[in-house]
Design a protein around this ligand. Structure first.
Ligand code: ATP
Ligand code: MG
Length: 349
């Protein structure tokens, strides 16, 4: 485990304590790109923590990161459908639209404007070193990285800091970005006076769920089990998941990452240890492993799927949630931008 990962794990553990002792002191911001429907990597890596924070009494901000869609592709794709799907997936998974501010980048100009002073606080070399940006460029088959992709972590700092969030539930891939946000907050505070908190990541027990091809499960990689899939579609996807040729099932995350991933998913659904699941399946092999996972996922997601189908019937439902969320996000972003201008001595009236 690298030092910086270990430090993040320690800070995440401290957050857990704060969540138990003083949940009202926590303000959460997290986001998804509207590049497709949400999948079980989101569910176990982040959404269960979002819901847990909400239930504990933290303030919840949920961003639909629409400008970040065009970091790694030329077309926005089916963005209107994708935005709608993200709202439905999050609400069906348990985010309460009465308590959550759900908003889109493109509707909150003051948030985006924060990127200008923030860009002045980072160097090009620092941005070029970000491992997640490199991975995402590689995964998208990009040889020439756009300015927006390179500066994506700075935009993300604006997402988190405009509402002064102090907790960000994320998967492991997002840790370098969160570190960049902490650095930006620190440098801004040093230069212009204390303004922003340094947010911490809240990591889940499943910080990196693999997809059916054995690489990170990602909307853009075609290797996902979507939350909204039917039970049959789920079964088919799991049947095609990569495993290995060893007949006996063992839990060995280093040596057998694909099998370990499927065991982890069963363990997360059933609330048992993956080693125990492996023992139980034993020489039942990949077939038994996949059958058990299919049942576990379909059971876990059945209530979410039923609720989602109900919510999807009323097209105005999603529109209303976003209208309210965008209005609130604009109020807060305008206040923060005013504060930033004041700190920077840029108020001329
Ligand atoms: P894209 O392929 O468009 O980048 P994505 O599937 O990576 O989509 P994002 O919208 O980039 O999804 O990520 C949303 C959140 O979900 C982030 O906090 C990210 O860390 C988390 N997340 C995404 N994929 C996984 C995964 N496979 N395992 C755990 N967490 C994940
Ligand atoms: Mg991603």
């Amino acid at each position: 485990m690298s030092d910086s990962f270990q430090a993040s794990v320690a800070r995440s553990a401290a957050l857990e304590k704060r969540l138990a002792d003083e949940p009202a002191s926590l303000r959460m911001l997290t986001g998804d790109r509207p590049t497709g429907a949400l999948h079980i990597g989101h569910y176990f890596g982040s959404i269960r923590n979002r819901v847990r924070l909400q239930q504990a009494g933290a303030e919840i901000w949920q961003l639909i990161a629409d400008y970040q869609v065009i970091t790694d592709r030329e077309s926005v794709g089916a963005i209107r459908d994708n935005v709608r799907n993200l709202v439905l997936d999050n609400v069906a998974a348990g985010l309460d639209p009465e308590r959550v501010t759900m908003f889109t980048h493109s509707a909150v100009p003051a948030l985006n404007q924060l990127m200008l002073p923030f860009l002045s606080l980072v160097s090009v070399a620092e941005l070029q070193r970000n491992p997640t940006v490199k991975d995402e460029a590689k995964a998208a088959g990009i040889t020439s990285i756009s300015g927006l992709l390179l500066t994506y972590p700075v935009h993300q700092a604006a997402d988190i800091l405009f509402c002064k969030a102090n907790v960000v539930p994320v998967g492991r891939d997002q840790l370098p970005h969160l570190e960049q946000t902490r650095v930006i907050a620190r440098r801004f505070n040093e230069r212009y006076g204390a303004t922003f908190p340094e947010p911490d990541a809240l990591l889940s027990d499943a910080p990196l769920i693999l997809g059916t091809d054995g690489t990170k499960m990602s909307k853009s990689r075609g290797n996902v089990i979507e939350l909204r899939m039917t039970a049959d579609e789920t079964a088919k996807k799991i049947k095609g998941a990569k495993t290995d040729s060893d007949r006996v099932i063992t839990y060995d995350p280093e040596g057998r990452p694909e099998v370990a991933n499927l065991l982890t998913l069963i363990a997360l659904c059933e609330g048992v240890a993956p080693e125990v699941v492996a023992e139980e399946i034993g020489d039942g092999g990949g077939g038994a492993l996949k059958r058990r996972l299919t049942e576990a996922i379909n059971d876990e997601l059945a209530p979410l799927r039923a609720r989602r189908a109900e919510l999807a019937e009323d097209p105005s439902y999603v529109v209303g949630i976003l209208e309210r969320g965008n209005a609130r996000a604009n109020e807060v972003a305008d206040d923060t931008l005013d504060e930033v201008r004041t700190r920077m001595d840029m108020v001329y009236s």
